[in-house]
Ligand binder design. Structure first.
Ligand code: PEP
Ligand code: MG
Length: 608
C-alpha cells in the first residue's frame, strides 16, 4: 500500500474507521480542538523509549482506482509496454527452462504458448494501438484487449482455445506486474524529527518510511503483536497505539513528546516538559551506548547453562547495532521487509548482494535468514492474493512461496550465492505440513545444481530450519524434526493460532498471551521432539524478550533465543540472575497450570 501524508490540512477529515464504533478519547484537557496549551493523551505503550518530534499524519492510500481515462503520453506508455513485454518474456523463458530441467521438455512446452502470444503482433499491437488512439494507460489498454481476446477464445466450442484463454490471462497478469514495476513509489521524505500519527500502520507503510527522520509512532488502532509494532521495537523507536481519534485530536505539525514505555503523549509541551523529555532522551542514548560498551558478558544462567542470545533484524543497517549490543548471532532476519512497499520484487542480484553483505558484517556469527514471509498483514500487491477473507489463515509464508515459484526460486538462488560469504542458515515461515519442507528442499537442491553448473561458487550445504508457528507443526514436530536441521519457535504466531486470537486485534490482548499453558505445552512438545532427533531449538518470537518468558523458555530447554537488539543487554543481565534448575521446575509446573494468569503468578513467586 502506498503512503500519503496530508500536508495541507490542520484538521484531518477522513478516517479509515467507522466513528460510531470508537471509544471516547482519553483526554485530560481539550477534546477535539487545536490545543493551545499542553494536552495529555494516553494509549497502549507498545515500543519503549521517548521521542520528541513534529506530528505528521499518515493515511492509507485508498485502493487503486480503475486505470485513469485521462489522456496519457502515448509515447511513454507504449515504451513502458515494450519494456514490460521484454521483462515478461525473460521471466517466461526462465520459467520454461526451470520446468524443462525438472519435468522435461513436454511439460516445459506449456510456456511456449505464452511466448507465442507475446510474439503475436495481433495481441500486443492491438494494445499499442489502443494506447495511441484512445490515449489511455498501458495497463488499461492491456486489460481491454485481454478481455476482448479471452471472450473470443472462450466463446468457441474448442477446448484448446478455452485453455488459451487461461494462458492469456496468466500472461496478462505477468505483464501487469512488470508494468507496475517501474512505478514503485518513492519513500516519503520528511524534514526534521517527526512522529508519525496514523489510523493504523501496516508493515508496508513502516518499510516505506524515511527512517532518518522518524522518531516514533502513534496510532488509533493496532496491537502490540502486529508487525508494525514489532518493527518499531526492532528499530528501537517508541510507539503508542490505540489512541482513540489520534489523527483528529493531534493537528499536523504539533510538537509532541512521546513516551512509549508509559503510553503518554504530550501535545504542545511546555519548555520545561521538553527539557525533561530531552534529559530522558539523553539518558536513553547514554544507556544504549553503555550497553554497547559492555555487551559481552556470557549469556548464561547463574548456574552456568549457556543460552546464546541473538538479534531479530530486518535491515542490513541493523546488524552493526545488534552486534554492539552483544548479539551472539542473528536469529531472525525478516527477509520480506526487502519486498514491502515496492511494486516489483527484488531480483536475485540485489538479494544476493544484500545477503552477502549481511553475512560479512555479522561474521563470524551465524545469520538465520527467514525466507519470504508475506501474506497476513504483510501485503505486496504484485505477490499476495487479492481477496482473502482471513489473510492470516490464507496463502501466507511458505504457502505463498510455493505459489510464487519464480520469485521464491530467485530468493533461493540469492541465498546460495551469498552462502560463501559467512555462516548462513535458512528457515521457512508458517510451515504446517512435511510436504512443504520437502518441496523447498528439492527446489534448494535444484537451484544449487543450476548455480554449480554455471560455475558459481556456493556452499556445500546450508542448514535448513523451520519456524514452529502453527499448532499443526508443534503437534507433528517429531515428523518435521526428521526433515530439518533446526526449529525456531515463532511464539507470536503460535500464540495467535493456538488461542484463536487475531494478533492485530487489540481487543483480544487478554488472549494474546504466549505464556498461556496451551502455548507452553506446544513449545514443550516441539523442544522435546527436536532434542530426540538431536536438533537445536531457538525462540525468535517476542516471548523470548519478556521477563515472564525467559525463565520458562530456559526451563523448557530451548537452546537459544533471538529478540529485538535493544532488549538483549537487559535479557542477558536477567538471565545471569536466573537458576536453570529452578527454571526447569518452574516450567514443569507452568505447563500443567490452567491459565496465563496462573503462569504469571508462578513466575512472579519464583522471582520474589
Ligand atoms: C513469530 O510469529 O513469532 C515470528 C517471529 O514471526 P513474525 O512475528 O514475523 O510473524
Ligand atoms: Mg510469524
Amino acid at each position: 500500500m502506498a503512503l500519503r501524508t496530508r500536508r495541507g490540512t490542520s484538521a484531518p477529515t477522513r478516517s479509515a474507521h467507522c466513528p460510531h464504533t470508537r471509544r471516547p478519547p482519553v483526554l485530560s484537557e481539550h477534546h477535539n480542538r487545536v490545543p493551545q496549551t499542553t494536552t495529555r493523551l494516553t494509549g497502549q505503550p507498545t515500543s519503549g523509549g521517548v521521542a520528541i518530534g513534529r506530528a505528521v499524519h499518515l493515511w492509507p492510500t485508498p485502493p487503486a482506482p480503475p486505470p485513469p481515462p485521462v489522456p496519457v503520453r502515448a509515447v511513454d506508455e507504449s515504451a513502458r509496454l515494450k519494456t514490460a513485454a521484454a521483462a515478461t518474456a525473460a521471466v517466461v523463458r526462465e520459467l520454461r527452462e526451470q520446468t524443462r530441467a525438472r519435468l522435461g521438455e513436454a511439460k516445459a512446452e506449456i510456456f511456449d504458448v505464452q511466448l507465442a502470444l507475446l510474439a503475436d503482433p495481433e495481441f500486443l499491437d492491438r494494445v499499442h494501438e489502443l494506447i495511441r488512439t484512445r490515449a489511455i494507460a498501458a495497463s488499461a489498454a492491456l486489460r481491454e484487449v485481454t478481455q476482448a481476446f479471452t471472450e473470443e477464445l472462450s466463446a468457441t466450442e474448442d477446448e484448446r482455445f478455452a485453455a488459451r484463454a487461461a494462458d492469456l490471462r496468466d500472461l496478462a497478469e505477468r505483464l501487469e506486474t512488470a508494468l507496475a514495476c517501474d512505478a514503485t513509489p518513492a519513500p516519503e521524505e520528511f524534514d526534521g524529527d517527526v512522529i508519525i500519527v496514523a489510523p493504523e500502520l501496516t508493515p508496508s507503510q513502516t518499510a516505506q518510511l524515511d527512517l532518518a527522520h522518524v522518531r516514533g509512532f502513534i496510532t488509533e488502532l493496532g496491537s502490540a503483536h502486529s508487525h508494525a509494532a514489532i518493527l518499531a521495537r526492532g528499530l528501537g523507536l517508541p510507539a503508542v497505539m490505540r489512541v482513540p481519534q489520534a489523527t483528529t485530536i493531534i493537528p499536523r505539525d504539533t510538537t509532541l513528546c512521546l513516551d512509549g514505555t508509559t503510553g503518554e503523549i504530550l501535545l504542545s509541551p511546555s519548555l520545561e516538559q521538553i527539557s525533561a523529555c530531552r534529559k530522558q532522551l539523553a539518558h536513553q542514548s547514554k544507556a544504549r551506548i553503555g550497553c554497547a560498551r559492555h555487551p559481552h558478558r556470557p549469556s548464561q544462567t547463574a548456574d552456568g547453562r549457556p543460552l546464546p542470545l541473538g538479534a531479530n533484524v530486518g535491515r542490513l543497517e541493523d546488524i552493526t547495532g545488534a552486534m554492539a549490543r552483544g548479539a551472539e548471532h542473528i536469529g531472525l532476519f525478516r527477509s520480506e521487509l526487502s519486498y514491502l512497499g515496492r511494486n516489483c520484487p527484488p531480483g536475485e542480484e540485489e538479494l544476493s548482494t544484500l545477503y552477502g553483505a549481511m553475512l560479512a558484517r555479522a561474521a563470524p556469527h551465524a545469520v538465520t535468514i527467514r525466507t519470504l514471509d508475506l501474506g497476513g498483514d504483510k501485503q505486496v500487491e504484485a505477490l499476495t492474493p487479492v481477496h482473502e477473507a482471513n489473510p492470516f489463515l490464507g496463502v501466507r509464508g511458505v504457502r505463498l512461496c510455493l505459489q510464487q515459484e519464480v520469485v521464491f526460486r530467485a530468493q533461493l538462488r540469492a541465498l546460495w550465492r551469498a552462502s560463501v560469504r559467512g555462516r548462513l542458515k535458512i528457515m521457512l515461515p508458517m510451515v504446517t505440513v512435511v510436504a512443504e519442507v520437502r518441496t523447498v528442499r528439492k527446489w534448494l537442491a535444484e537451484e544449487r545444481a543450476g548455480l554449480v553448473s554455471r560455475g558459481e561458487p556456493v556452499a556445500r550445504d546450508l542448514p535448513l530450519g523451520i519456524m514452529i508457528e502453527t499448532p499443526a507443526a508443534a503437534l507433528t514436530a517429531d515428523a518435521l524434526a526428521r526433515e530439518v536441521d533446526f526449529f525456531s519457535i515463532g511464539t507470536n504466531d503460535l500464540t495467535q493460532y493456538t488461542m484463536a486470537a487475531d494478533r492485530l486485534n487489540g481487543q483480544l490482548a487478554h488472549l494474546q498471551a504466549a505464556h498461556h499453558p496451551a502455548v507452553l505445552q506446544l513449545i514443550q512438545r516441539a523442544v522435546e521432539a527436536a532434542h530426540r532427533h538431536g536438533k537445536r531449538v531457538s525462540v525468535c518470537g517476542e516471548m523470548g524478550s519478556h521477563a515472564l518468558g525467559l525463565p520458562v523458555l530456559d526451563g523448557l530447554g530451548v537452546d537459544e533465543i533471538s529478540m529485538p537488539p535493544d532488549l538483549i543487554p537487559e535479557a542477558r543481565a536477567r538471565l545471569a540472575r536466573l537458576d536453570h534448575a529452578a527454571n526447569v521446575r518452574l516450567a514443569r509446573e507452568c505447563v500443567g497450570l490452567g491459565s496465563a494468569e496462573q503462569v504469571a503468578a508462578a513466575v512472579a513467586a519464583t522471582s520474589a
